[in-house]
Write a protein that binds this ligand. Structure first.
Ligand code: HAM
Length: 409
């Protein structure tokens, strides 16, 4: 029988990776909580229709990358490829427009896209997702971008580059899309088949192409950011000016088109030069029409998601763990219960404590204490002794309270 392995493009989280992830969750809670964002969670699968309508029929995600299955009643369900559509569904379902606006939420969890796996690109990956629904104020855009910048910086992601742009409103983009379509038709022979096929549905995606002929054509293509409505242009100016005030560097990149169809106005993306081809560590933007398109009231909204695996790749090795444990060793079998009780009391006293649980000899237990980098070993036998593992000094202790005092020093 062949041995079983995790499915292609998925992975197990093993220590010390798990500890690094928990640290990032704590960091997210601290940074986002201070700005009024609340933890939120939605189901890992939703009706397929939500993503088809929310993310967009013409996107790669919906056309090629969804893990879709039927439940026993024949209903089509999909493992969530992203969070925003589900957040909007929940906003409408729970009447969150009646709450004080903007409603600020963050969530963390697994997402699924059937992509070709490579370093930094998986079929199950983890996102930190942040959304603010119910305000079109440019300060929300700037706030979100600054929160992502702070999260990446404090997570230790080096060499980041921020690109921003504005996609205008759906109306101005429609007019522009017609102009771009006409331009692309004039150059149809030079374009990749992929871009030609999407000419009707979404010509803007041509900016994303890595096909050489298409790239040459795109160099002289009409540019959306020069055709924004005055309101959209003023909104974008204000976002930039708030980022300038905050001292955050960025590049305006009119070729920035994101892989999801719901965006309006501000879009942004952070990359890390520490990563290879999959260098996008986080991105997002406004989606002022999505809540309404999913059956809710007109609700401007904005958000981003960061890829946790890419952040871990970009931050390199974890910092050495400074919380070294106390190890409780058992010098004779009859002392086992006493050792168990002491370990419990040390933990209750707030100390990270491990105890002998593998039937090792006393020599083997000291080897193990070194291996786990214990700072002290409590030897429980006829009496109790506490050994400082750095100085080698060994002292007797009367009871658990005295052990706690000695190792707590
Ligand atoms: P996204 O750009 O598709 O946006 O994904 C956000 C981040 O998730 C990417 O920057 C990347 O770090 C990570 N990511 C995406 N796909 C993979 C993968 N296959 N393997 C590993 N990491 C991946 C969204 O998902 C939007 N929902 C963001 C948003 C929120 N926009 C508004 N609100």
């Amino acid at each position: 029988m062949s041995s079983l392995q995790a499915p292609r493009g998925t992975f197990d989280v093993l220590p010390p990776d798990g500890r690094r992830r928990l640290r990032l969750i704590k960091l997210a809670e601290q940074i986002l909580g201070r700005a009024g964002y609340e933890y939120f969670a939605a189901p890992v699968f939703e009706d397929t229709e939500l993503f088809a309508r929310g993310v967009g029929e013409a996107t790669d995600i919906v056309q090629k990358e969804m893990f879709t299955f039927e439940d026993k009643a024949g209903r089509s369900l999909t493992l969530r490829p992203e969070a925003t559509a589900g957040v909007c569904r929940a906003y409408v379902e729970h009447g969150m427009h009646k709450l004080a606006q903007p409603v600020k939420l963050w969530c963390w969890g697994p997402f699924f896209r059937h992509e070709a796996p490579q370093a930094g690109r998986y079929r199950q990956f983890t996102q930190l997702d942040v959304e603010a629904l119910g305000s079109d104020d440019p300060s929300v855009d700037a706030e979100l971008i600054l929160l992502l910048a702070e999260f990446l910086e404090r997570a230790g992601v080096a060499g980041t580059r921020l690109r921003i742009s504005s996609l205008g409103t759906a109306e101005s983009r429609r007019e522009y899309a017609d102009e771009l379509r006409a331009y692309l038709r004039e150059h149809e022979d030079e374009l990749s088949s992929d871009v030609r096929e999407r000419l009707d549905a979404n010509p803007l995606r041509a900016f994303d192409s890595d096909h050489e002929g298409t790239r040459v054509v795109m160099r002289t293509a009409p540019v959306l950011i020069e055709r924004l409505d005055p309101d959209d242009a003023a909104h974008f100016e204000e976002v930039k000016s708030l980022l300038d005030d905050a001292g955050l560097g960025y590049e305006v990149d009119h070729t920035l088109v994101r892989g999801l169809d719901y965006y309006t106005r501000t879009v942004f993306e952070f990359e890390s030069e520490r990563l290879g081809a999959q260098r996008g560590v986080g991105g997002g933007g406004r989606y002022d029409r999505l809540v309404e398109e999913l059956g809710g009231p007109a609700t401007p909204a904005n958000g981003w998601a960061a890829g946790i695996e890419r952040i871990l790749l970009a931050t390199g090795e974890p910092a050495a763990d400074d919380s070294r444990p106390v190890y409780v060793a058992i010098a004779k079998p009859e002392a086992e219960r006493e050792a168990f009780r002491i370990a419990r009391e040390l933990r209750a006293g707030g100390l990270r404590t491990e105890m002998e649980q593998a039937g090792r000899s006393i020599k083997g237990q000291f080897k193990h204490a070194d291996r786990i980098r214990a700072r002290a070993t409590v030897i429980v036998g006829d009496g109790i002794e506490v050994k400082d593992m750095d100085s080698g000094e060994q002292r007797p202790a009367g009871d658990a309270a005295e052990v706690l005092r000695l190792v707590g020093e």
